[in-house]
Design a protein around this ligand. Structure first.
Ligand code: ADP
Length: 490
């Protein structure tokens, strides 16, 4: 069992390079045991406004620094995170619930965004464009937009922050980060790391607080020029409405309902292993996880047999214990929400193939918020479980007869975040992938997201992209200067 390290940070808002106090304290529990990890001070409205104004002040200096200098600080942050990866991973696991190994993976993934945007900082290109009048020319420049308000969820509390912070800071913006209510500790743990990397005071402020309250302040404060949220589609819609009043830019990574299409020629053993890994990942509390597994009728029986054997061997338990494959859900309410979807599906005719409640063997987890790994077959498109984001360790299998039918059903959703295609003929896989109305497709790959590529949803799954060269654009605005063209007298 891993022990939670002594905190190297204070459980309190970080504003202008100092630990501050709000007027409210909240307890942050470990979801595996419900034991309190810390009492965290929340930023009140006054402190959030102060954080925004401090970030606005810091912007003058930060935007005028060389992009290379900004990049060096970001790359140093990446290196410091890797040097501290074990402590960060334990903290992540304790606060979020995910297994320690997944915590390590998240730290590396988060650091890769600081590394990537540290490199990208120097690659902001403008252009000189032809002017219709011979004696003039246009200068087109992409400049930092201003203070960014960043709002992140609890499923990847470090990586979702890293994606936004690194891109915003590389672009020359300063930022105020509001982590999720359930996971403020890992965010606050970043403050001393950024400071050690050389980040000037006020360039990143960290304000734990309530989503709707801080979101409104971000939307109403004129210094905040862009709102970047990763969260549910309902929250994205609320934030967009708040942002409308001052016509603020929004960048939204929202919910999904990912189809996972298993083609008739798929390698069944390999595919079953990947579906399981995907659903064990943060116990299915991932916007890009498989929400509907479409399996061709000719292979369904064998697929269910192999998948259920694998599922029964998995270990669900405390993320800080050794050899755990999946941890708890974030809280008890999440378990009830997932159970409501499973119950509705079973009542409507789905079949329970198998369940794994191995966490029940450990009495220390009695107060934890665990949900059994669950495999369902005979799931229909009309069931709630197929139309709602499950956000839990449930694998719903939907049978199909023709690939055309599978594609059509896969696209019958207002979401368009991720999709997966598994098969052996790459031409067919690519053709099916191209038909899917989603932002990213993994072909025979369950974790396609990386810092090097833009990730963003279409339809109700979001606006904009994170990662890749596109990620920095969310924090840049374009200015054109029309200039007289200098000419040399002959
Ligand atoms: P989840 O359902 O996964 O908790 P949410 O969308 O509720 O997802 O939360 C994601 C982030 O959005 C959290 O940091 C939360 O505090 C914040 N949030 C929630 N409601 C609002 C809102 N109305 N405006 C801005 N941020 C919000």
């Amino acid at each position: 069992m891993k022990a939670v390290p002594d905190f190297w940070f204070e459980p309190a808002p970080w504003v202008d390079g100092k630990w501050r106090r709000g007027t409210e304290e909240i307890s942050v529990p470990n979801p595996a045991t419900n034991a309190s990890l810390a009492s965290v001070s929340r930023a009140d409205a006054g402190l959030v406004a102060q954080a925004i104004e401090g970030a606005e002040k810091a912007w003058t200096d930060w935007r005028s620094r060389s992009p290379i200098e900004r990049g060096v600080i970001l790359k140093r942050t990446a290196a410091l995170m890797i040097a501290k990866r074990e402590d960060l991973a334990v903290l992540l696991s304790a606060e979020q619930g995910k297994p320690y190994a997944q915590g390590l993976g998240e730290v590396d993934y988060a650091a890769s965004f600081f590394q990537w945007f540290g490199e990208e900082a120097r690659r902001s290109y403008g252009r000189i464009a032809a002017h219709p009048e011979a004696e003039r020319e246009f200068f087109v420049e992409h400049k930092a937009i201003g203070v960014a308000g960043l709002i992140t969820p609890w499923n990847f509390p470090l990586a979702q922050g890293a994606k936004k912070i690194a891109a915003a800071l590389a672009a020359g913006c300063t930022a105020v980060w509001k982590p999720a209510e359930r996971t403020p500790l890992i965010a606050l743990a970043m403050a001393p790391i950024l400071e050690e990397a050389g980040l000037p005071q006020g360039v990143l402020q960290i304000v734990p607080g309530r989503g709707a309250v801080v979101g409104k302040i971000f939307a109403e404060h004129p210094a905040v020029r862009v709102l970047s949220l990763t969260g549910s589609t309902a929250t994205g819609s609320a934030l967009m409405a708040d942002a409308a009043r001052q016509i603020k830019r929004v960048s939204l990574e929202l919910g999904g309902n990912a189809p996972f299409i298993v083609l008739p020629d798929a390698d069944i053993e390999f595919t079953a292993e990947h579906v399981l890994r995907l659903k064990l990942f943060v116990s299915g509390q991932v916007c890009v996880t498989a929400n509907r597994v479409f399996v061709h009728e000719s292979i369904e029986r064998e697929f269910l047999d192999i998948l259920s054997q694998k599922l029964e061997r998995a270990v669900v338990g405390n993320g800080l214990s050794d050899h755990v494959d999946a941890g708890p859900l974030i809280h008890r309410q999440a378990c009830q929400d997932v159970d409501a979807l499973v119950s509705q599906a079973l009542t409507a005719g789905a079949r329970l193939v198998c369940r794994n409640a191995s966490f029940e063997r450990d009495p220390s987890l009695k107060e934890g918020s665990f949900y059994p790994l669950t495999l369902l077959s005979d799931v229909q498109d009309s069931m709630h479980i197929a139309s709602h984001e499950i956000f839990g360790p449930v694998i719903p299998v939907l049978r199909y007869k023709t690939v055309v039918e599978a594609i059509q059903r896969a696209n019958e959703t207002p979401y368009g975040l991720a999709g997966y295609v598994y098969g052996q003929d790459m031409t067919s896989c690519r053709a099916v992938a191209r038909e899917l109305e989603v932002g990213i497709v993994g072909v025979n790959e369950w974790r396609p997201l990386k810092a090097e590529i833009p990730f963003g949803g279409i339809k109700q799954s979001g606006i904009g992209a994170e990662g890749g060269e596109e990620g920095m654009r969310e924090f840049l605005c374009t200015q054109v200067i029309s200039m007289p063209k200098p000419t040399w007298e002959r």
